[in-house]
Each structure stands twice: as C-alpha cells, then as structure tokens.
Design a protein around this ligand. Sequence first.
Ligand SMILES: C[S@@+](CC[C@H](N)C(=O)[O-])C[C@H]1O[C@@H](n2cnc3c(N)ncnc32)[C@H](O)[C@@H]1O
Length: 216
Amino acid sequence: MEKYKVASLFAGIGGICLGFKQAGFETVWANEIDDAACKTYRHNFGDSYLVQGDIRKIAAASIPDFDVLAAGFPCQPFSIAGKQRGFQDRRGNLFFEIARIIDEKRPRVVFLENVPNLLNHDDGKTFLVVGTTLLQFGYYVKYALLPANEYGNVPQTRNRIYIAAFRDLEDCDRFSFPKPVELTVKVSDIVDIHKSSMRYTITQKTMRCIKPLSVS
Ligand SMILES: C[S@@+](CC[C@H](N)C(=O)[O-])C[C@H]1O[C@@H](n2cnc3c(N)ncnc32)[C@H](O)[C@@H]1O
C-alpha cells in the first residue's frame, strides 16, 4: 500500500519525522537551517531528501507533492522561558512561512507543534492568528495540550500544544488525539546519572517555568 507523504518544516533532528515514520508515513522532503541539527538528521534518516537552508528562501513550488505538512515551528518567541515577543520576533514570523506553503500546496493535513504558551501568548491573540489563518484557508482544526511523557513512553516533562488541521471535513471527523500510554521508562534507563555532566542539569530558573499541565 502506498504510504501517505509528509513534508517536514523546521525538521530539527527529526523528532516529528520519527513519529510519522513509526505511524507508517513516509517523509519525502524536510527542511532545516541549523548545521548541527542537519548533521544529526542525516545521521538518523540518511541523506536523500533533507534540504538545508532558510525556509524563507525556498519556493513552495520546489517542494515535491505531499499529503501532510508537519511543522514544529520555533517556539522561543512564545515560550514563557523566553522574551515572548511572538510575531514581532523574527522567529515568530516563521509561522507565516508555513502559511505561505499551505496556501500554495493545499496539503490534505497540517500538523503543528509548539509550546503550551502559544495559547495564552498576547492574551490569546497569537493563537487566534494561527487558528484564523488555518480557517481562512478552509481547514477544519482540532488541537490539544498534551504532556509528551504520557504518549511516547519517554520520561521527560515536555508539555506541548498539537494542532491538526484538515482540508476535508470527513478527515477531521475521523481524527481523534491518541489515548495516553503507560510510562514505564525511567531517566536512569537512558542516562547514566552518575556519569553525566552537571552541564546538562536544569537550572532553578528554567525549573520555575516547568509546570504540570491539565489536559484539555
Ligand atoms: C522547535 S525546533 C523543531 C524541532 C523538531 N520538531 C525536532 O523534532 O527536532 C525549530 C527548528 O527550526 C529551525 N529553524 C529556525 N529558523 C529556521 C529557518 N529560517 N529556516 C529553516 N529552519 C529554521 C531551528 O534550527 C530548529 O531546529
């Protein structure tokens, strides 16, 4: 059976691509600007389709056809750990690069990931811009705030907002966010805590930004 095709923006080291791969999708194109991230991405997924460079300089027409556009777009402009400049920040503006590609390619599904504060930033106006942009393109939108450690059996506090937008109402109606899975892996199963450097220990300042999350 032919696999659904994914184009991945802001691909980083490929966390979202890995999730789609594990769910049976095929990433056919990915973009990332950062050298070190690209090196890791190629190590993880091979060298065949990652395009390294600034998304602002990439024409939508140069992207091969795909079904799903995935984007964990830069979150620092919206994070409570950052200065919260939102769309005023050069990195916040990158959301409009996603909009540009949706407008031209009209994918069947758009999947976005960001920090939970995307919802509250600028009294909700930022999220309104994201939602309205998708609605104006004719997409049907669902979103959820989910703690990643309840879904991937990964012992890390990583609360995120996930937005799934569908070109067709039937796809939207069929979709529901997954049910939690039991967390059985511990940090000590992955990292040798006694050997790891203090460099990787979280600071008190960052710790204050990490809050438990109630799932909607
Ligand atoms: C929040 S991270 C995404 C992480 C990714 N979801 C993963 O699983 O690794 C955002 C990524 O956007 C990249 N980025 C920032 N500005 C960019 C630009 N102008 N063009 C392409 N990528 C960019 C950053 O280098 C960073 O890796």
